[in-house]
Design a protein around this ligand. Structure first.
Ligand SMILES: Cc1ncc(COP(=O)(O)O)c(C=O)c1O
Ligand SMILES: Nc1c(O)cccc1C(=O)C[C@H](N)C(=O)O
Length: 421
């Protein structure tokens, strides 16, 4: 099979799209990949480092850590989970100050907030979740259910889409303590109707926690305006915090006094340095901190927040939508003739920042792509997830990456339409 005229035109259009992209110039702010890298399509797993970050990490040792030593804690480190949380909340989450903290991993923060929420709704014995959510969310809730004697109520959404408001309305009721869902589904990229679902859960008297791992920094979120109770998310994807960068947690101010989180460490104590006999939670978001803040792990995300602020989150979302649309158009032209299917909503307003493509040979094909410098990721059973990080991904990269996918499928003799499911 040779590429159709439309396919060739689409590939060629990448240069024009990049030339017209108002954010294209910001790609120069990132550290270039090695010479082998053709297309990095995994920024939704691990964002690329900024040149500013290289400088800041290096300077931190000489300018801050070495000269200030232990005094650094009084000079800003102690408050950094809250000051950085406020900046992140204001810029990307629609959260007023005093409701966002940076700490822990997403998994640990999720556990702390979910456990606190379930305990804050005594007498309600159910947690609503869905089978398509990321494993850590499902596993953490299985653990909380076992610890608290709570029952898990599973929604089974269409895997090509995600959880709908109707599906939530059908299962919540007077026994629901907590609903836990992802704003952007980690596989399909489906964008949930967060305000509607939150209203439905509240009408049943339940609390809601939103996992924002795949939204923070790429899809605008309005936690305060949507009346969200709780949220968590990671900072190493679109917030480019680097491998293992800490998570963020959001607790609406109206709930903070009511929630008691289970990992009662000294840093969440009202007076950590009194070192007294019993635990007394701090007021406000500080009570959701457990141990020593990961100061070094917070450095890189500050640079990315600055860059998002410079670009504007709406412009980031606009480019994200254009990139995902381009992937879908290219896949339609170049890949569907080989039996590839698009497992992401086609309507831009109903998807986040990545596109899921499926094909039975992707498990074997993706390592071959990596070897040739094209890096998407594989998600079982047969998904190639194409992640687009709007400030660092170009249309040219996307074209080069998907052209290689088409070529490898062709080499494998997948030229005729085959059944995928
Ligand atoms: C939806 C979702 N939740 C949670 C996580 C991860 O949690 P952690 O940072 O603890 O590994 C991820 C990805 O890693 C994710 O995609
Ligand atoms: N979070 C990850 C990690 O720490 C190592 C390797 C991969 C990942 C991931 O991208 C998981 C991820 N959140 C996902 O959406 O699949």
């Amino acid at each position: 099979m040779t590429t159709s005229t439309t396919g060739s035109q689409l590939l060629a259009s990448a240069a024009g799209l990049d030339a017209a992209d108002p954010l294209a110039v910001l790609r120069e702010r990132f550290v270039p990949g090695d010479g082998e890298l053709i297309a990095y399509l995994d920024g939704n797993s691990l964002g690329r480092p900024l040149i500013a970050t290289r400088e800041h990490l290096f300077r931190f040792v000489d300018d801050v850590w070495a000269p200030r030593l232990i005094r650094g804690w009084d000079e800003g480190w102690m408050d950094s989970p809250l000051t950085l949380g406020d900046a992140l909340g204001a810029l990307t989450l629609g959260a007023a100050a005093g409701q966002t903290v940076v700490a822990d991993s997403t998994t640990v923060m999720l556990y702390k907030l979910c456990r606190a929420a379930v305990c804050a709704r005594p007498g309600r014995r159910q947690i609503v979740l869905d089978t398509e959510n990321f494993p850590t969310d499902r596993y953490v809730l299985e653990g909380i259910a076992a610890e608290t004697g709570t029952q898990l109520v599973w929604i089974e959404p269409d895997p090509l889409e995600g959880v709908t408001a109707d599906e939530v309305a059908a299962v919540v009721g007077p026994d629901t303590a907590l609903v836990v869902l992802s704003h952007v589904a980690f596989k399909s990229g489906f964008l949930a109707d967060t305000p509607a679902i939150t209203r439905i859960a509240h009408a049943a008297g339940a609390l809601v926690l939103w996992d924002l791992c795949h939204s923070a920094g790429v899809v605008p979120v309005e936690l305060d305006a949507w009346d969200v109770d709780l949220a968590v998310g990671c900072t190493y994807k679109y917030l480019n915090g680097g491998p293992g960068a800490p998570a963020f947690g959001y607790v609406a101010s109206r709930l903070q006094g009511e929630l008691r989180q289970p990992v009662q460490g000294w840093m969440g104590h009202a007076e950590p340095f009194t070192m007294g006999p019993g635990y007394a939670p701090a007021t406000g978001m500080r009570r959701f901190i457990s141990g020593t803040p990961p100061v070094v792990g917070m450095l890189a995300m500050r640079d990315m927040l600055d860059l998002i602020g410079e670009a504007g989150l709406d412009a980031v979302r606009a480019k994200s939508s254009a990139l995902t649309a381009y992937v879908i158009d290219l896949a339609d032209e170049l890949l569907t003739p080989f039996g590839v299917e698009i497992a992401t909503p086609r309507e831009a307003a109903r998807r986040g920042g990545h596109v899921m493509l499926t094909h039975p040979s992707f498990r074997e094909l993706i390592p071959a792509l990596w070897e040739r410098g094209v890096i998407p990721d594989f998600r079982p059973p047969q998904g190639m997830r194409v992640g687009l990080s709007p400030l660092s991904t170009s249309f040219g990269e996307v074209a080069a990456g998907l052209a290689l996918v088409a070529r490898l499928l062709e080499e494998r003799g997948q030229g005729r339409l085959i059944s995928v499911r």
